[in-house]
Design a protein around this ligand. Structure first.
Ligand SMILES: [Zn+2]
Ligand SMILES: [Zn+2]
Length: 338
């Protein structure tokens, strides 16, 4: 194919997006090419835009919430066919040979690829991705709905399902943004007594609509004290990348509770040893998931009618869409339709 496509490129760290015309890429033997129908803008795209992730080579096309249709298949790919509706998220491929891969722990692959960081991602009309990084999109979900589920969705869904929380347990979701508004829906659907924690009092009715049983306005009350009054949280899913907000809730954990950090703050998180020892509690992290985790997320979302709230933009509007995300003005996920 010698056709051309439009792509939004970051030419060097800190540069504005350039809209360029490029040849449509050819998949290698173990890749597929996706005709991109939608790509969510994630806060982690800052890594590419500002050059704060080690090893990213420029120019680079960001985008790791990619949904679309396969339109070319490498010679050695068996599991995907042309016209399959698919997506790819943060986990952009793995080596199959390192020790974590040999144990099936592809997320911890020592040579893991990241979509839109290691190779060009979804801020373009086409992208090529390793076959093992691809998830099937259920027919109930359109591409715009599916795209944010491939990072914001799988991150919150997969983090919650790997905790010890059981139906009826108190689970708090901190932050009601791109990740948090999905986390609340998953927590509710999983049968948890769901708490929404926010510094925006005006998000209470939205949080309740999403399935929260309780809303804590962290500007009006001490959120940790309120969680303790509710019985202490089994899990606090920290989605807002604000270390002071995360530090302020650690003492709201109940026995054996855990703060699970999924939004990455720039500053260290503080926790009192007294709190951790007293409640046998912990602060831990979780990173997205592999392609099958993404597909599980999509399937569960279709089953329980969980969809993201999105604002859509054309590729020409990438600068506006990105700044809406940065300024927290997007409601709640900005999605590009190339
Ligand atoms: Zn992301
Ligand atoms: Zn590996």
């Amino acid at each position: 194919m010698s056709e051309k496509m439009q792509a939004a490129v970051v030419s060097e760290p800190g540069a504005e997006f350039d809209l360029v015309e490029r040849p449509v890429p050819e998949p290698d033997s173990e890749e597929v090419r996706i005709a991109v129908e939608a790509c969510g803008i994630c806060h982690s795209d800052v890594f590419v835009k500002e050059g704060t992730y080690p090893g990213v080579k420029y120019p680079r096309v960001p985008g790791h919430e990619v949904a679309g249709r396969i339109d070319a298949v490498g010679a050695d790919v068996n599991m995907w066919e042309i016209d399959d509706r698919v997506g790819v998220g943060w986990h952009g491929g793995h080596c199959f040979d390192c020790d974590p891969c040999r144990r099936g722990d592809f997320q911890q692959c020592v040579d893991a690829k990241v979509t839109g960081l290691t190779y060009d991602g979804g801020y373009a009309e086409y992208t090529t991705v390793p076959a093992e990084a691809v998830a099937a999109v259920p027919e109930e979900l359109n591409a715009v709905e599916a795209a944010p589920l491939l990072c914001a969705g799988v991150t919150t869904y997969n983090a919650l399902r790997h905790t010890d929380a059981r139906p009826g347990d108190l689970v708090a979701v901190q932050g009601i943004g791109g990740l948090g508004h999905l986390g609340i829906q998953y927590a509710h659907a999983a049968g948890f007594e769901t708490v929404a924690l926010s510094r925006s009092a005006d998000k209470e009715s939205l949080a309740k609509d999403l399935g929260a049983d309780h809303f804590i306005d962290a500007t009006a009350v001490d959120p940790a004290e309120r969680l303790t009054e509710l019985g202490g949280a089994s899990v606090i899913l920290a989605t807002a990348p604000a270390s002071d907000a995360i530090s302020s809730v650690v003492s709201g954990l109940g026995a054996d509770g855990s703060v699970v950090v999924v939004g990455i703050p720039g500053e260290p998180i503080e926790a009192s040893g007294q709190d951790l020892v007293g409640a046998r509690s912990s602060v831990e992290g979780w990173a997205s998931g592999d392609a099958r985790d993404s597909q599980d997320t999509l399937e569960f979302s279709a089953l329980r009618s969980i969809t993201p709230e999105v604002e859509t933009y054309s590729l020409d509007e990438v600068t506006t869409a990105y700044s809406q995300m940065i300024e927290n003005e997007a409601r709640f996920r900005a999605v590009i339709e190339p």
